[in-house]
Design a protein around this ligand. Structure first.
Ligand SMILES: O=c1[nH]cnc2c(O)c(F)c(-c3ccc(F)cc3)cc12
Ligand SMILES: [Mg+2]
Length: 208
């Protein structure tokens, strides 16, 4: 049977990227998405880099592209936990993260965000996160944000970074973080990965 797009993306990484070199993995995926097949990676234009997080939560791994983008910048001892609901995506992402040599900084968990967010303390020993990257199902951004608040996983200064706030769009989440007194929110206009369509990132700082 025909291979899947994630499988073809992984083959492109194994063919064109150097083991242990995260930047070459990122470049190989960007090249694949620009010249072979579009894929829903955040891409090489939507970037927010002024953060120095120690504890990062990523909601939505897909093939691990943004996982590699974030984890490659983490200092020793810093950790990224990434949740992926789709088992096929998770299997590919594990191999992409391993090819980049970042498995020591990344914990990939397969399952539903609403099941794992309440277990961060007892299962991973994490009290609060410094950065949360939301890039999973658009109708889960708002409920998962409220769940993280209720689980005490956000502290004064925690940054929520949300992809696709314009395309496909997350209107309920945007309305919440832009109107809640508990967040300072701002929009980073960009483009939908590898296209000319508008998209952007919403950066929201939790005020406690
Ligand atoms: O479902 C998604 N989860 C996470 N990220 C996405 C994304 O970055 C997209 F561009 C898109 C996308 C897919 C098809 C389009 F025509 C436009 C955007 C979807 C997702
Ligand atoms: Mg996205």
């Amino acid at each position: 049977t025909r291979s899947t797009r994630p499988q073809r993306l992984l083959k492109a990484v194994q063919k064109n990227a150097t083991r242990g070199d995260p930047q070459s993995v990122i470049s190989a995926i960007d090249h694949f998405c620009r010249h072979s097949e579009w894929a829903m990676n955040i891409g090489d234009e939507k970037v927010v880099n002024e953060l120095n997080p120690e504890k990062v939560l990523e909601l939505g791994t897909y093939c691990g592209y943004s996982t590699v983008r974030i984890a490659r910048l983490l200092p020793p001892g810093a950790r990224l936990i990434t949740l992926e609901f789709n088992g096929d995506y998770a299997a590919i992402a594990r191999q992409v993260i391993a090819w980049a040599g970042l498995e020591d900084k990344v914990q990939l968990v397969e399952g539903a965000s609403e099941d794992w967010i309440p277990r961060m303390k007892e299962h991973f020993g994490i009290e609060t996160f410094d950065l949360v990257f939301l890039d999973h199902w658009k109708d889960r951004y708002l409920p998962d944000t409220k769940l993280m608040e209720d689980c005490g996983l956000l502290r004064k200064g925690t940054v929520l970074l949300a992809d696709n706030v314009i395309c496909p769009g997350v209107p309920d989440y945007l309305q919440y973080v832009r109107n809640s007194l508990s967040y300072k929110s701002c929009y980073f206009k960009s483009h939908l990965e590898y296209t000319k369509a508008e998209d952007g990132l919403e950066k929201s700082v939790f005020l406690g």
